[in-house]
Design a protein around this ligand. Structure first.
Ligand code: DQA
Length: 144
């Protein structure tokens, strides 16, 4: 699970848009979701594009898939998109808010074309839904 920029401020950051749960709350929920799916999960948050790219590279060969909320880098980062394409890890993109109901500049995702799919607009539940979708996708790929 990769959390992009400003998501460390969840809980205090624009709660009308992003809700009142903190990143820790979301991670705890995801851990229990992972447990019920019999999947293992680790977390990383960074406000830095290069650090996120390093984490994507480091995931190759260690993790089977990526769940990512790229934050504002969704709309700007060719480099994060290229990193995902390079490691070829099945990736699910998640957003708390529905990015298509918001400002025009949020309507385009550089990540979506290299992702298996996207979950956007369900608040913290976007993460749970995204994790479930990713795990099921990986199980279908491996035939389990
Ligand atoms: C976000 C949506 C982005 O447009 C925004 O820059 C974020 C959070 C979301 O989860 O809704 O930082 O990715």
């Amino acid at each position: 699970m990769l959390h992009g920029p400003n998501l460390n401020l969840l809980g205090q950051r624009e709660p009308g848009i992003y809700g009142s749960l903190t990143l820790d709350d979301i991670n705890h929920q995801l851990l229990s979701d992972a447990e019920s799916l019999s999947a293992s999960l680790s977390f990383y948050q960074s406000n830095h594009e290069g650090a996120l790219i390093d984490a994507i590279h480091a995931a190759a060969g260690i993790h089977e898939g990526l769940l990512i909320n790229p934050g504002a880098y969704t709309h700007t980062s060719v480099a994060i998109r290229d990193a995902i394409a390079a490691v070829q890890l099945p990736t699910v993109e998640v957003h708390l808010s529905n990015i298509y109901r918001r400002e025009e500049f949020r309507h385009h995702s550089y990540i979506a074309p290299v992702a298996v799919g996207q979950v956007s607009g369900f608040g913290a539940n976007s993460y749970s839904l995204g994790l479930r979708a990713l795990v099921q996708h990986l199980r279908q790929l491996s035939g389990h």
